[in-house]
Design a protein around this ligand. Structure first.
Ligand code: NZQ
Ligand code: ZN
Length: 386
């Protein structure tokens, strides 16, 4: 096991009927900016619950943060924060609203001249404006981590940011919010969370058995709950298992003391930036070709994953490892998620040169746990996913 530090300061409220707890967590004298997306919270009643909980607070609202939170839209919210002396942010939404709020938390206290630098230059946020979360969509884990991903459509860029100042102060996880989520987004959430675990697990054996076994448990739980929640998204027990699995998949715990990969995400973000494909679907597209291309480096863990998660007990390491990849793709297919880029866009051949150019220009010359996957390798991985 590698050395590590671990601190996660986000307070979690988990359970039905807990949205009202926002009132006990936000300081009484705060001037709150409540941020949300395209309006799902108004249709499903979450908006009313939050507004009623905040009845004794001074609240300004900012709606319309789109999926893949857009920099230009967020700058409008930043104006409100500055002009109206906002002191506290409340994200009510999924990963996009939470990430947009994290950008604003950082930008509100940023002293440089150009807030895009936070993303382009990878400036870490040590202290941000305090914020809380009411989670409406399990998937990203953003409700309990300190990362965010922001898109800029005019330049077709999608960049990550983070830092210890960007943990939510609290997050309210009411699993019953899942009742209104469309199938497409539930499937996305399952695949995103599953791939988060893979990115922190599918490297090489390090003897960190506890981390491995927690990771394997999260994946097994997602495999088990997937058909239940896809069949009936009002099943409360399935809602709980799904939501908590997604949070645990990316709250920092399972990545401690182990090498991590994150190449699938790095490549996937480019596919979203270029084609607008949903985040989770880009991961489903890249997973198989990434693991097949880097097979020799990853086959020990792939075989372990085959045995412990997919219960494959026959065959040698190579055979088990290949079956694990096929099984994982079949799992994604079972959720209605396609795994070939050409199934999403007829312009698929633009992907490899676009990503090669971007990774080379940005100096992303060595991806993966060994930092040895070059832009030329990435071209091959992307072409294998066509
Ligand atoms: O915008 P509204 O109308 O609210 O509708 C949203 C949106 O259209 C809808 N939705 C959310 N909750 C709902 C609901 N519809 C009905 N009922 C509800 N209860 O779902 C749609 C998708 O929402 P979005 O927030 O975009 O989804 P997700 O949570 O998958 O977030 C994706 C974003 O998070 C980033 C992705 O790159 C992408 O930009 N990620 C963030 C990470 C992080 N911060 O740690 C890690 C991830 O790997 C990921 O990169
Ligand atoms: Zn993800």
């Amino acid at each position: 096991m590698l050395n590590f530090e671990f601190k996660n300061p986000t307070k979690i409220y988990f359970g039905k009927g807990l949205i009202e707890k926002v009132a006990t967590e936000i300081p009484a004298n705060a001037k709150v900016l409540m941020l949300y997306g395209g309006g799902s919270i108004i249709k499903n009643g979450i908006y009313e619950q939050v507004k009623s909980a905040l009845k004794n607070f001074e609240v300004v609202e900012f709606g319309g943060i789109p999926a893949n939170p857009e920099y230009a839209v967020l700058l409008n919210a930043l104006d409100i924060i500055k002009n109206q002396n906002i002191t506290y942010l409340l994200a009510v939404g999924g990963g996009s609203v939470i990430d947009g709020t994290k950008f604003l938390s950082s930008a509100a206290l940023y002293t440089g001249t150009n807030t895009w630098d936070i993303l382009q230059k990878g400036i870490r946020t040590e202290v941000g404006m305090p914020f809380g979360v009411v989670l409406t969509l399990p998937a990203t884990g953003s409700e309990m981590n300190s990362g965010a991903v922001i898109s800029r459509s005019e330049t077709k860029e999608k960049f990550g940011m983070g830092g210890p100042g960007l943990f939510p102060q609290f997050s309210i996880l009411d699993p019953s919010v899942i009742s209104s989520i469309p199938h497409r987004q539930i499937a996305n959430g399952i695949v995103d969370a599953f791939t988060h675990v893979l990115e922190q697990y599918m490297t090489y054996p390090t003897g960190a058995n506890l981390q491995d076994r927690i990771a394997e448990s999260i994946m097994q739980n997602l495999i088990e709950v997937a058909p239940e929640i896809m069949k009936d998204n009002t099943n409360y027990n399935a809602q709980c298992e799904f939501m908590w699995s997604c949070t645990m998949a990316l709250n920092g715990l399972i990545q401690k003391g182990v090498p991590t990969d994150w190449a699938i995400h790095a490549i996937g973000h480019e596919l979203t930036a270029l084609f607008g494909i949903d985040h989770a679907r880009t991961l489903a597209i890249i997973m198989g070709s990434h693991y097949n291309f880097n097979f020799e480096n990853k086959k020990e863990k792939l075989a372990q994953f085959a045995t412990r998660v997919w219960h494959i007990n026959e065959g040698n390491v190579d055979e088990k490892a290949r079956i694990a990849i096929t099984k994982t793709e079949a799992f994604f297919h079972s959720l209605g998620i396609q795994t070939k880029l050409s199934e999403y866009t007829e312009n698929y051949k633009e992907a490899a040169p676009f990503i090669f150019k971007n990774f080379t220009a940005r100096g992303m010359l060595g991806l993966g746990e060994h930092k040895n996957i070059t832009p030329t390798d990435v071209v091959k991985i992307v072409e294998m996913s066509y």
